[in-house]
Design a protein. Structure first.
Length: 89
């Protein structure tokens, strides 16, 4: 593609990690991404998410005051870190 790996890989990794959580939560399954992936995504995701939000790719950020990096990433992308599909699946 003639592009640096970071601009191509970061959105792909974000999709895998965040949508993996979406799928796990929607189906009631446990999910825990690799801490190394979360550590990389935090700084790489903070800048492009507002632009993605303006394009309709992300919801408004969810308030989060904890210190868990993955939950902070979820909140930044408009997901409630404690959300679950609940019973009745």
């Amino acid at each position: 593609m003639g592009m640096f790996a970071e601009p191509v890989g970061s959105p792909a990794l974000t999709d895998l990690v965040v949508h993996g959580w979406d799928l796990a939560r929607a189906t009631g399954l446990p999910y825990g991404p690799a801490p190394e992936a979360v550590a990389v995504l935090g700084p790489l995701t903070a800048e492009p998410v507002p632009n993605g939000r303006a394009m309709g790719m992300f919801a408004e950020p969810v308030g989060y005051a904890g210190d868990d990096a993955f939950e902070a990433l979820l909140a930044l992308t408009g997901r409630g870190p404690r959300w679950s599909a609940g019973p009745g699946l």
